[in-house]
Design a protein around this ligand. Sequence first.
Ligand SMILES: [Zn+2]
Length: 71
Amino acid sequence: MFAANLDRFAQGLPDRQTLPLRISGACENPKCNEAIYPGDEYLDIDGYHYCSEECALEALGARWVTAGYDD
Ligand SMILES: [Zn+2]
């Protein structure tokens, strides 16, 4: 016969490491799409979120050039 455990501390609190991670968003660079978690620092450009300056520059098509040199 099944005996119910009536000890209210038998189960304990849920293990937080087994809970799914809460994701705040993702990098807008389609080549990256890295997840952004609570507490992460990210770059916000007009409401678009990027994980790094490099990702933002790549996604926006920007690049550093040297004046006076054509490439
Ligand atoms: Zn990124």
